[in-house]
Design a protein around this ligand. Structure first.
Ligand code: ADP
Ligand code: MG
Length: 166
């Protein structure tokens, strides 16, 4: 692989065997032939935030090295989601077998119709910030110019429940 990029991908599931769905998604990311997993967070049980009338999620974060450009990587994760059995979502932010979101891609800032990086809601989501801090709390948000540990502290005592999953 030439020209490698460092990427953080958020992994989530709230249908079926959620832990197994996340683990299979992570394995699939490692088997595209273009990417390699470098680190992985703990798993968390998390309360749904945007659309609250649905089951809790299992979430995790992975750090990847990839030769894909951001749009090739998005194609890959959409293929993995579909292979996991994900259908067109009837409800935005609703239940899903597998959700893979690109949180960071090097220090790149992308604002296209298909792809926004850094992920536009990451700094407000405990289920993203808590697991990324497992891997490296010192990563700097390329737009906000703040460390992940600081963004997590900024959430204060809001009531997004994120519990370590044993
Ligand atoms: P969400 O994860 O926000 O609940 P979806 O998984 O249904 O939403 O994704 C909807 C669309 O979001 C995708 O078709 C994709 O084109 C777009 N998208 C924009 N930015 C990103 C990103 N950083 N990572 C993944 N998908 C993204
Ligand atoms: Mg998504």
């Amino acid at each position: 692989m030439s020209d490698l990029h460092i990427v953080y991908i958020s992994v989530g599931s709230n249908i079926g065997d959620k832990l197994a769905n996340c683990q299979k998604g992570i394995q699939a990311l490692n088997e595209t032939g273009h990417s390699k997993i470098l680190a992985q967070s703990r798993f968390y049980a998390t309360e749904p935030v945007d659309f609250e009338d649905q089951d809790w999620f299992i979430n995790a974060m992975v750090k990847l090295e990839t030769s894909d450009d951001p749009f090739q990587l998005l194609d890959q994760i959409e293929l993995i989601e579909r292979t996991a059995g994900r259908k067109i979502d009837p409800v935005r932010f609703g239940p899903r077998i597998l959700d893979l979101d690109i949180i960071l891609y090097n220090d790149r800032i992308i604002n296209s119709e298909r792809l926004v990086i850094p992920h536009p809601r990451m700094h407000k989501r405990r289920f993203v910030l808590k697991p990324i801090c497992d891997i490296n709390p010192g990563i700097i948000h390329p737009v906000l110019k703040k460390e992940m540990r600081f963004l997590l502290e900024c959430l204060g005592n809001d009531n997004q429940k994120v519990l370590e999953y044993r």
